[in-house]
Ligand binder design. Structure first.
Ligand code: BGC
Length: 771
């Protein structure tokens, strides 16, 4: 022992050997920590914006205690790629990261492997640039089409969201990088985002808003979960012990770290008690409060120690703890290729009247400002910090051998430049904040359009919408602006007269109105925003290099007002600045001084479980394009559908046959309709699994397998506080969208009941929608 001390401290050292953190001595390290050290460790160390920190432009770090061998760990956003400044002071090299597609685009692939690949790429860049932890995936349910962060989320359906998130987590963590599933939970709007209270039934919470997280935790096993800014039924999510300790940990078995959203919550001690183990980015006032409350006993030492232990369990898994020799050289080329391929696979062919794919060498007239300023992703922390590059649509089409009509391009170049000057007289805002979608469309005479039509084979019109953190979209942004409508009408009339076709590209963050104009055009592709390779991905689909196989993860409703949640969403908040909703933090400072306002201070989830297709389908409401919808350049047939029971699971197999003349991939969607329960109003069907084939050549077939666990057939019965599988006949439907069932198999199921804690009850009476 004496020798060891001498070795550690050198000759003549008198200091006592220090314990140094190891995975197997965490309790010992906690015992040796001072109160100050513990209170520091459960708080972040500030953000890396505008400061001369190790990783400028990143979200934060954890506290280091060198004397105990505890290193800092480093985290950054987001789903679309590692968000970090590409440039550092006094450093001549750059640190670019891949701008991947938005999450809504990724979910549109309906391909778990694609989610894994993107997650792995982001996890790898995080690791190779020296960080430990990526604040992704975001996975809130798309309750309403106007939510400003929908592009960061996956779907209106919890199964699709939860499984996409789970595979993204698996991908990230396959690199030893920590994933962070967020924002837990019911964080469905940005308006007054720091102070809004989501008032929601226990059933909707369990079946929809928590369900996706439950799947992500159970299947993906994320190392961290981030709570949200909003409250649920009167309690801030980061201060609600029932959400994080009772449901997340006790019920679902989560054993990782819970972190608050940045500056969320008012009372640091309440957050500690609720098992938010680390509060980010950390504030002095929180440190002072924790010290004080620990001394007074309001923050029991066993709670602080528990949280400290969880932080240390996280630290010992980190790259920083392992002193990983990061290269600063991730494989950006391979990741760009992944973005291109997966971006194209997530594009959804909505209409195609014998128009696409375009013939090789087509002469293309590009209309719409967005055609010349294609949008690769969203704004806010969900986007990336600095785009290394974006492949423009013009470049993508040219790469694919198409001829972009130059006189029109020149006109637009001038127009877009003039619009940018008008919108930003002081220069363009930073990449991640640039809302280029507001540019007015150009006025053109019929003669100009006719001349363009005479010299081209096809018109491609791009409609763009961009959104992001801290503000919701307005109804005006959901609808097409007047000039966009005029452009679509004018171009389609003139091209139709010339016997030529018109294609519309929806380069959008979230659904837009399509019902009023879709019949005017010949083809529509919802391209979403597919990252740095966007121009190439779109061109791959237009040219037929990639046969589109994307399906909508969200319903395209006919008009705003049609969805049940539209009645309770801040869709008419015009002056968001007035309500301080545009501010990143601080919430609505005025709220304390006035009567609580509906949809601002609280939002009643009166639509209950009837979100997205669960509403449209159950209430027979027409939509423009249903959930799960998407066309292909080939056709498929389903044969030999069979169902068997294997232990606790139902296994459905079906042969998918490519009956058309082009190679393509197909998504098989499995919905289940439950029998009418004794107490419960059930949606007419719910997605329970999905599978995607490999690329099938004409005539080729593949047997796909889908699985549903018996317990996943349950609905949540509030009276019994239990998950209940009602006994009776269940219909398993193989479908190509929520409104197009191809085959139905029926099975008799025995009843089953699983009790859970009766927590998170609403404190007010909600006027819940019933069938
Ligand atoms: C966002 C989170 C993000 C965090 C750190 C917050 O404003 O809501 O999604 O991870 O900032 O950047």
């Amino acid at each position: 022992m004496i020798c060891a001390v001498a070795l550690l401290f050198g000759h003549g050292a008198t200091a006592v050997a220090q314990t140094r953190l190891r995975p197997d001595n965490i309790d010992q390290v906690v015992r040796e920590m001072t109160l100050e050290e513990k209170c520091h460790l459960v708080l972040g160390c500030g953000m890396g914006f505008g400061r001369d920190v190790k990783f400028p432009g990143t979200a934060g770090s954890s506290y280091a205690i060198p004397r105990l061998g505890i290193p800092s760990t480093y985290c950054a956003d987001s789903n679309q790629g590692l968000r970090m400044s590409a440039h550092r002071d006094f450093d001549s090299r750059d640190y670019f990261c891949t701008d991947y597609m938005t999450s809504i685009a990724l979910a549109s692939t309906w391909d778990k492997k694609a989610a894994f690949t993107v997650g792995k790429g982001i996890g790898n860049e995080t690791k190779e640039y020296g960080l430990d932890w990526i604040l992704a995936p975001s996975m809130n349910l798309m309750r309403n089409v106007l939510c400003g962060r929908n592009h960061e989320y996956y779907s209106e359906d919890p199964y699709l969201s939860g499984t996409m998130a789970a595979y993204c987590v698996k991908g990230i963590q396959s690199e030893g990088t920590a994933a962070c599933v967020k924002h837990f939970a019911a964080n469905s709007q940005e308006t007054n985002r720091n102070a809004n209270d989501s008032r929601v039934s226990q059933r909707a919470l369990r079946e929809l808003y928590l369900r996706g997280f439950e799947l992500a935790v159970r299947i993906g096993n994320p190392w961290t979960v981030m709570t949200a800014y909003n409250s649920i039924n009167g309690k801030a999510t980061c201060e609600d012990v029932d959400l994080t300790e009772t449901i997340l940990r006790k019920e679902w078995g989560f054993d990782g770290l819970v972190v608050s959203d940045w500056n969320a919550g008012k009372d640091a001690t309440l957050s500690m008690l609720a098992g938010n183990d680390m509060l980010q980015p950390g504030q002095e006032r929180q440190f002072n409060q924790l010290m004080e409350d620990a001394k007074r006993g309001r923050l029991p030492m066993e709670v602080l120690d528990r949280n400290v232990r969880r932080v240390l369990q996280f630290v010992v898994k980190s790259h920083s703890f392992a002193e990983y020799p990061y290269s600063n050289e991730p494989d950006l080329k391979q990741h760009a290729l992944d973005d291109r391929v997966i971006g194209a696979e997530g594009m959804v062919l909505l209409e195609n009247k014998a128009t696409l794919p375009l013939a090789p060498g087509s002469r293309v007239a590009l209309f719409g400002c967005t055609s010349y300023e294609i949008i690769p992703g969203g704004t806010g922390f969900g986007g990336t910090m600095v785009g290394r590059y974006t492949v423009s649509l013009v470049e993508g089409l040219r790469n694919a051998g198409m001829n972009v009509y130059k006189p029109l391009l020149d006109q637009y170049k001038q127009h877009v430049a003039a619009e940018q000057k008008r919108l930003y007289p002081n220069g363009l805002p930073p990449f991640s904040l640039r809302p280029l979608n507001r540019a007015e469309e150009m006025d053109m005479t019929d003669r100009q359009v006719a001349e363009t039509a005479a010299n081209t084979d096809v018109a491609v019109i791009t409609i763009g919408r961009k959104s992001g953190e801290a503000a919701d979209r307005t109804q005006d942004e959901f609808n097409l602006y007047e000039k966009e409508q005029t452009m679509i009408k004018q171009v389609s009339e003139v091209y139709r007269q010339a016997g030529k076709k018109v294609v519309v590209l929806l380069n959008v963050c979230s659904p837009v109105e399509t019902a009023s104009w879709k019949n005017l055009v010949d083809a529509i592709v919802c391209t979403w925003q597919s990252g740095e390779q966007v121009g190439n991905s779109i061109a791959d689909v237009l040219s037929g290099q990639v046969n589109p196989s994307g399906r909508l993860p969200v319903t395209f409703q006919n008009k705003y007002g049609d969805a049940a949640s539209d009645r309770n969403f801040p869709s008419d908040v015009k002056d968001t600045k007035d309500l301080a909703t545009m501010y990143m933090w601080g919430g609505d400072k005025q709220s304390a001084k006035r009567e609580p306002k509906a949809n601002i201070d609280f939002t009643d989830y009166d639509e209950d479980i009837y979100v997205g297709y669960r509403y449209f389908d159950s209430f027979n409401k027409p939509v423009s394009y249903p959930f799960g919808y998407g066309l292909s350049y080939t056709t498929f047939a389903y044969e030999n559908a069979k169902m068997t029971r294997k232990g606790a699971e139902y296994v459905v197999t079906v042969d998918v046959v490519n009956t058309g003349s082009r190679a393509g991939r197909n998504v098989v969607e499995l919905f289940v309709a439950a029998p009418k329960g004794k107490l419960l109003n059930k949606p007419s069907k719910e997605l329970k699994d999905y599978a995607k084939t490999e690329l099938l050549q004409p005539g080729q077939r593949e047997t796909v397998e889908l699985m549903v666990e018996v317990r996943d057939l349950a609905s949540f019965n509030e009276k019994a506080s239990a998950w209940v599988v009602d006994a009776g006949t269940y219909r398993f439907m193989l479908a190509s969208s929520s409104s197009h069932v191809e085959k139905t198999l029926s099975v008799k199921v025995d009843g089953m009941k699983t009790k859970v804690d009766n927590v998170m009850k609403p404190t007010v009476k909600l006027h819940l929608l019933r069938r």
